[in-house]
Design a protein around this ligand. Structure first.
Ligand SMILES: NC(=O)C1=CN([C@@H]2O[C@H](COP(=O)(O)OP(=O)(O)OC[C@H]3O[C@@H](n4cnc5c(N)ncnc54)[C@H](O)[C@@H]3O)[C@@H](O)[C@H]2O)[C@@H](O)CC1
Ligand SMILES: [K+]
Length: 539
């Protein structure tokens, strides 16, 4: 269920289902019913409903939802953008089955309609949004947003690009978004995610086999992607069998970042963690660390000697390491060895002038390398793929292009962190609370990734698991958290995961609608029922 479908892939899923014998109007009927259910769940009978329909099939879903809500006794007003005679296909069938008035929709006329409405169903544009909103369409969207009325969005909040999450000129903010079959990248990527509210994914009868035909590359980051690679500690394990991570410390007054990483690596399950530090820094770190060991080195050759033991199978470099030739030499020494690497912060910025010299050493290396840049560091290594350089190219594509170029797993951090592999796999993370935007948070993430590499996870799985665990730790630590709080939260988070992994696979839920997000209590949504009447029935 963690596949994400671009609008083009979703349209293919629709087409495959229709070609296999399910009429399009039946899919639309179920889609509209799911929207009606979600609206009725939140808004009691007596609430005045304003349904705003666009010229395509998103509008068709709106006509169905309007009809079903009216049948249930809601006072429903419906307004259509554009000429009714230009509706075609399933949308025309759905419109023909709507018995109420169809009012014209424009930026001025919608204002008094909004004043009377208790809830707005946004069926203006969904997967078919093809260009920047202008003219009346834009004025309507802006008027709805200004009104502050609660919005139930059909498929996507109008104005959000389902592939990229971008705002196309203007976009609504929904309280609830009802999408179909699988979520779209635009529900998870920013700023789209901030426009969606609670996302409900409704089953409209598209079979799972369509996914095999489509082969979507994008996933939501969740334990199903990597949990089988992260087994609970077993009887007979000893500390050496759980791996040994090394974490490079910065100079004497900058040891904190590496200490955060080292403790996180240990909590993530590495059997041993050693902080490796210049002499003066080692003495300072020693006053803070207990379970984490410490070793000092004098220069790059001394550092390389510390890596020679093959049991030292993971290295974290970068947090507060310092930018320049010294760090470059240490990174080169680590890349020459056989351990898995996490390169973060200063280890990335140190290669800003010559990123190819880094990538040349990464490509073809048998052990994994994980790069963990935020957008600023990413722009230094991949200036042509930076956010401001690429127009509407989504974060997922930028991260995959960077992974292919560098040969590394790329963790492009942010509210919507993307983990990408050189083979094209990519996952979008959506469990990180904004509280994680705090000093040292990235050091903890790098440490978790290093700890998981030490445990033997492959690079992509280690990176994706680290990002998800980091997010969960942030959620548990809650508002007011500081980076020091995070690693200890790995204990309950891992305990939950191991418990979950030990359980037999869950039965499918008894309802046909799944919801993501915090606001609605589970299980009370109405089921997309089997007795759809099909207006203008084509079968
Ligand atoms: N059989 C299907 O394909 C199904 C489709 N479904 C619904 O259909 C939607 C997709 O339908 P469509 O492909 O018709 O696309 P939409 O209905 O999202 O939008 C397409 C229409 O909007 C116009 N348009 C696009 N961008 C515009 C802009 N910036 N300004 C003004 N007009 C613009 C296009 O010219 C076209 O008329 C989904 O989001 C979903 O809600 C669901 O009913 C499930 C089944
Ligand atoms: K919409």
């Amino acid at each position: 269920m963690n596949e994400l479908l671009t609008p083009a892939e979703m349209s293919r899923a629709d087409r495959l289902t229709i070609d296999a014998g399910t009429p399009g109007i039946r899919l639309m009927e179920r889609a509209g019913r799911a929207v009606a259910d979600a609206t009725a769940f939140r808004h009691v009978l007596g609430t005045r409903v304003l349904v705003l329909c666009g010229p395509g099939n998103n509008g068709g879903d709106g006509f169905v939802a309007a009809r079903i809500l009216a049948e249930r006794g809601y006072a429903v007003r419906l307004a259509l953008l554009g000429d009714r005679s230009r509706l075609s296909g399933d949308a025309a069938l759905a419109a023909a089955a709507w018995r109420g008035a169809t009012e014209p929709l424009d930026g001025d006329g919608v204002v008094p309609m909004l004043a009377q409405a208790g809830v707005v169903v946004d069926a203006l544009f969904g997967a078919g949004l093809a260009r920047t909103l202008e003219g009346e369409a834009r004025r309507v969207v802006e008027a709805v947003d200004r009104s502050g009325r609660p919005v139930v969005a059909v498929d996507l909040p109008s104005g959000i690009d389902g592939r990229t999450g971008a705002v196309c000129g203007a976009a609504l903010h929904a309280q609830t978004t009802v999408t179909f079959f699988r979520r779209k990248p635009g529900h998870l990527l920013m700023p789209g995610r901030a426009h969606c509210g609670t996302v409900i994914t409704a089953d409209i009868g598209i079979p799972d086999w369509t996914l095999r035909e489509i082969g979507p590359a994008l996933r939501q980051n969740c334990p199903a992607l990597w949990l089988d690679r992260l087994p609970a500690p077993r009887l007979g394990d000893h500390k050496y069998s759980r791996g040994h991570a090394l974490v490079l410390s910065g100079p004497a007054l900058r040891t904190g970042a590496a200490r955060l990483s080292a403790e996180a690596a240990l909590r993530a399950g590495a059997g041993l963690v050693t902080l490796v530090a210049p002499e003066a820094a080692a003495a300072i770190a020693a006053t803070h660390l207990t379970a984490v060991m410490i070793e000092a080195f004098a220069d790059a050759a001394g550092f390389a000697a510390l890596l020679a033991d093959p049991r030292r199978n993971a290295v974290v470099l970068g947090p507060a390491a310092g930018v320049g030739e010294g760090t470059r030499a240490l990174v080169a020494a680590a890349l020459a060895g056989r351990a898995g690497l996490v390169l973060d912060a200063d280890a990335l910025t140190s290669f800003a002038d010559a990123p190819e010299t880094l990538f040349d050493r990464v490509r073809g290396r048998p052990a994994p390398v994980i790069l963990t840049p935020h957008e600023g560091e990413f722009a230094r290594l991949f200036p042509d793929l930076a956010e401001r350089a690429v127009g509407d190219r989504p974060k997922t594509e930028r991260a995959v292009a960077a992974a292919r170029r560098s040969g590394a797993i790329v963790v492009l951090k942010g509210t919507d962190t993307v983990v990408a592999a050189p083979d094209g796999r990519a996952a979008i993370n959506d469990n990180a609370p904004p509280d994680l935007a705090t000093a040292g948070s990235g050091d903890v993430l790098a440490g978790i990734a290093g700890g998981l590499l030490a445990r033997g996870l492959p690079g992509y799985e280690a990176a994706a698991a680290a990002v998800w665990l980091h997010g969960e730790c942030g959620r548990r630590a809650g508002p007011g958290l500081i980076a020091e709080d995070l690693a200890a939260e790995l204990k309950p988070v891992l305990a939950d995961l191991y418990r979950r992994a030990a359980l037999p696979p869950a039965e499918p839920p008894p309802v046909a609608i799944r919801q993501e997000g915090p606001t609605l209590p589970p299980r009370r949504l109405l089921v997309g029922s089997q007795d759809e009447d099909e207006p203008g029935g084509t079968d």
